[in-house]
Design a protein around this ligand. Structure first.
Ligand code: CA
Ligand code: CA
Length: 448
């Protein structure tokens, strides 16, 4: 249940007006936001990112579809309705899409359930034939799969992508209807090269690739790689992801088979922020039951000067790594709760990784570490990334995480950064009680 202080904060949130600058820049009529502050009149679907709430509040701020006219407020409960409401990926008409209940992305336009076999039908792909074609014992390990079965795999993959990838256009709010267990299962929201998107109060579950690709050149033993993040930001700007839940459930990695001695991984990221994405606020989400959770920057040469992300008041529990893996950008990680107890077979490698000269400020976060767990393993880096850490607690005790990491590793984290966060709404300068506070106030299903 929401604590009294949280209810206060929600009430405050509803009465926060979009900044004057944001209204002007977005061309929104003041009338849209003319409301009685005493009544707290802005409904969940019309709420905008509060002023100074992380990097997404920068410049024009993030208003999503708040300026939508009544013809562009949609309530959807099927895949086909969601696709129709989104419209073309390049339309920029302000729109609000309310998702009622759980939408299964693996369904056709008539609502019939689609299986991996349905996507593969007519392509000639079969896993057995694929495994035979690219067995390292005969195909070797020096080159990527190519030829008939790889072509067939790619065709089957395209059929699934066409069905499960939802392209989110600019100036859009997608929000779960309270009390309906709102979310998307099996899907991937793609926010690509657009500005001003809000994603709130949704559970993203079971985003699975039916057709993982074998890459014998990935690492020393090769890897199976999957294509879909539950939410993927690529070249996206001004995005607010708030109060969502991310989980692999019900198909956890522990159920993945192994082929060629490697895990047949059907999951990719939970929320990846790549390809020059910028000005993103990730707030009050729950990340759970997942391996590669959040990538910021897709490679060490992703865009310099971008990838600015604020990550605050999230719960990370039962995740293996990338919470986040940060590259290049100025990234603020504050007031998060990391529970590194093994959950459902998800045993953590590390929480926060700073590489490719990333400038991470990590402050007032709390970690729960099981007995025998090592503080030195909560961070990671390549020797070029920075983490300026302040006020972090491990099992309630003030801990210098960077010093612990650096004492145990040769590729040291740098301890100074080239910036100072100023868009820090909600920052509390203590990590005490975060576990209690965040447990009932984060993820989907909390907002009303
Ligand atoms: Ca991957
Ligand atoms: Ca990804």
């Amino acid at each position: 249940m929401a604590s009294p202080s949280h209810r206060r904060s929600l009430r405050t949130r509803r009465t926060v007006l979009v900044s004057t600058a944001a209204v002007a820049a977005a061309g929104l009529g003041a009338a849209v936001f003319a409301m009685n502050a005493n009544a707290g009149a802005v409904d969940l679907a019309h709420q905008v990112l509060p002023a100074k709430d992380g990097w997404a509040a920068s410049g024009t701020g993030t208003t999503g579809g708040a300026a939508a006219d009544s013809a562009h407020v949609f309530t959807v409960s099927t895949r086909a309705q969601l696709v129709k409401a989104l419209g073309s990926a390049t339309n920029s008409t302000a729109k609000i899409i309310k998702i009622k209940g759980t939408i299964d992305a693996n369904t056709n336009d008539a609502g019939k359930k689609l299986t991996c076999a349905d996507y593969a039908a007519g392509t000639g792909y079969s896993l057995a034939a694929y495994l035979k074609a690219y067995d390292p014992a005969t195909y070797g390990r020096s080159k990527l799969p190519s030829g008939t079965q790889e072509k067939a795999r790619a065709a089957a993959k395209d059929a699934q992508a066409k069905n499960i990838v939802f392209k989110v256009p600019a100036n859009t709010t997608i929000v779960g209807v309270p009390g309906t267990k709102a979310g998307i299962t099996g899907g991937s929201l793609q926010v690509k090269s657009v500005d001003n998107v809000i994603i709130r109060n949704l559970t993203f579950s079971a985003t699975e690739d039916c057709f993982p690709q074998w890459d014998p050149t990935d690492g020393s033993t090769g890897n199976w790689n999957s294509a879909y993040d539950a939410v993927t930001l690529r070249g996206a700007t001004h995005v607010w992801a708030d109060h969502n839940t991310f989980t692999d459930a019900p198909h956890l990695d522990s159920a993945n088979p192994k082929y060629y001695g490697r895990e047949y991984q059907i999951h990719d990221g939970a929320l990846d922020i790549t390809n020059g994405s910028d000005l993103v606020t990730v707030e009050r989400n729950q990340f759970t039951n997942h391996d590669k959770t959040m990538l910021i920057g897709s490679s060490d040469t992703d865009s310099v000067g971008k990838l600015r992300v604020s990550i605050h008041h999230n719960v990370w529990k039962g995740i293996v790594q990338r919470a986040p893996l940060a590259r290049i950008g100025q990234i603020h990680v504050y007031n998060n709760y990391f529970d590194t107890t093994t959950l459902n077979g998800y045993a953590p490698l590390y929480s926060v990784n700073s590489r490719a000269k990333a400038q991470v400020v990590a402050e007032y976060n709390a970690w729960k570490v099981p007995s025998g767990g090592k503080t030195a393993k909560l961070l990671s880096g390549d020797g070029t990334g920075s983490i300026a850490a302040t006020g972090n607690l491990v099992n309630g005790t003030a801990t210098d995480l960077v010093a612990a990491y650096n004492a145990a590793n040769s590729k040291k984290l740098k301890t100074t950064v080239n910036w100072k966060p100023v868009l820090t709404a909600g920052l509390r300068t203590t990590a005490k009680n975060l576990a209690t506070e965040l447990t009932g106030t984060t993820g989907a299903g909390v907002l009303s």
